[in-house]
Write a protein that binds this ligand. Structure first.
Ligand code: GLN
Length: 456
């Protein structure tokens, strides 16, 4: 894999050409949807002439294709936006560019980020970097695979319910989902506004820390952004770490548990205290998530009507135009979520589903907060299994949703959570370990991960 330091101080033009070549070679994995070659080379020339400088001067990266960016269409992997050229760039991309980073391409995802395998992309699935017969994970599968293949030293993505952590885990890279509000969502295609977060993939925690430090901060275009609290830091000695009992049952793949336990042993050896903890409400987390998130999706996706954005179906009347455009352009999973969301918000069902789920969400936040009075960090796997086979879960949406069981809690509670490589299964499939912290402890989580990198 590549690191940021491999690219610093080198010719930016060479860096960009090298990254584009590597991205093209990885076409067989279908990690990318487009290249921004012309714009990238223009920016590289400016770095080489000294006109553009910064902490990431000349460092190439890729962005999930739900970030508005110049130089290529922003499709969100949906037919709706197949030819949509963004009139502005996402704040996250602007901030990276202000430090000299160069976006070389856009990566594949589940359409509108709805999914956990990248199989819901309108343009075909991404293949796992370690085993091409398996899924990349999702929804930011393309960004994870591009990083794992070493085409770029880092990639950016979105995590609404696990979409950075789970593909990071499936491909053996570091994945950061920050505290809700850390990075501006401005210029990113909205999925579920109360849990959407912007984060990154990198080959190591120090690189992820630098990228997060650059992207974090308040933005007048996103009222939920927090004043910049992210400051790279050293690890706090002898932390109290709670192992989430509900995530370590025998229902979880044995290799996944074994690799998580290996990481726990490393934490012990580094002087941290480990205890088992319980969050009884976690058994309701998936139910909460698959009510609240579709509700927000049904609202956010209402703007794709064939009039204002993207594709428009041929039709005789206005209502037919709406219906046909949506029917032709949304994937089955998009439609399923819009229907579930509209149902749980409809009068008569609102109280029983949506309101109830929001109340349960508050109870879950309280359970987390109680634990954080005693524990610095919570630990568990990222996913109950390593990367599954392509097609294995596509016929059964509930089976696909169940794979999100360990990532949705931190999303609903707005907590920072990172996926760190924990080794591999006996078949050589990467396994990620998840570290969850209290709000705004993002830099501490990364410091902990950094302190263990290279430890045996
Ligand atoms: N797999 C989860 C879902 O399908 C997470 C998606 C995401 O974080 N964008 O909703």
């Amino acid at each position: 894999m590549a690191t940021i330091s491999d690219y610093i101080g080198k010719s930016a033009t060479d860096n960009v050409n090298k990254a584009i070549d590597a991205a093209e070679k990885s076409y067989e994995y279908h990690a990318g949807l487009s290249l921004t070659r012309e714009r990238a080379l223009e920016r590289a020339a400016k770095v080489d002439s000294g006109e553009i400088t910064g902490r990431l001067a000349g460092v190439p990266f890729v962005a999930k294709d739900n970030f508005l960016a110049f130089g290529a269409p922003t499709t969100a992997a949906s037919k709706f936006l197949e030819h949509f050229n963004a009139p502005l760039q996402a704040t996250a991309i602007e901030k990276l560019e202000a430090e000299g980073a160069i976006c070389i391409g856009k990566t594949n995802l589940d359409a509108f980020a709805h999914g956990g395998s990248t199989e819901n992309s309108a343009f075909g699935p991404t293949l796992n970097a370690a085993d091409k017969t398996r899924v990349a994970g999702g929804s930011s599968g393309g960004s994870a695979v591009a990083t794992a293949l070493g085409a770029v030293p880092f990639a950016i993505g979105t995590d609404t319910g696990g979409s950075i952590r789970q593909p990071a885990s499936f491909n053996g890279v570091v994945g950061v989902k920050p505290t809700y509000g850390t990075v501006s969502r401005y210029g990113v295609v909205a999925m579920a506004s109360s849990t959407d977060t912007i984060g990154c993939f990198a080959s190591n925690a120090s690189d992820a820390e630098l990228v997060m430090d650059i992207m974090a901060g308040i933005d007048e275009n996103d009222a939920t952004t927090l004043p910049d609290f992210f400051a790279p830091t050293d690890v706090k000695a002898s932390q109290k770490i709670g192992v989430i009992k509900e995530f370590m049952t025998t229902d979880v793949d044995a290799d996944v548990r074994a690799r998580t336990n290996d990481y726990i042993e490393k934490l012990k050896a580094a002087g941290h205290t480990i205890e088992e903890v319980s969050l009884p409400i976690l058994k309701y987390a998936l139910a909460m998530y698959y009510i609240i998130v579709p509700a927000e999706i049904s609202s956010n996706l209402a703007r794709y009507d064939g009039i204002r954005y993207g594709a428009r179906a041929e039709s005789g009347s206005l209502s037919e135009l709406y219906g046909k455009s949506r029917d032709q352009c949304f994937m089955a999973e998009n439609k399923r979520r819009i229907m579930i969301g509209s149902y749980v918000l409809s009068s008569g069902y609102f109280d029983a589903f949506y309101l109830q789920a929001q109340k349960a969400r508050t109870l879950m936040i309280n359970e987390f907060n109680e634990l954080f009075e005693t524990y610095d960090v919570l630990i568990g796997p990222v996913s109950p299994t390593p990367a599954f086979k392509l097609g294995e879960n596509t016929a059964d949406p509930v089976k696909m949703y169940l794979a999100d069981i360990m990532t949705v809690p931190a999303s609903l509670a707005g907590l920072p959570a990172i996926s760190v490589p924990g080794g591999a299964t006996s078949d050589g499939l990467p396994v990620g370990v998840q570290l969850i912290g209290q709000r705004r402890s993002d830099a501490q989580l990364l410091a902990l991960a950094k302190s263990l990198e290279g430890a045996n």
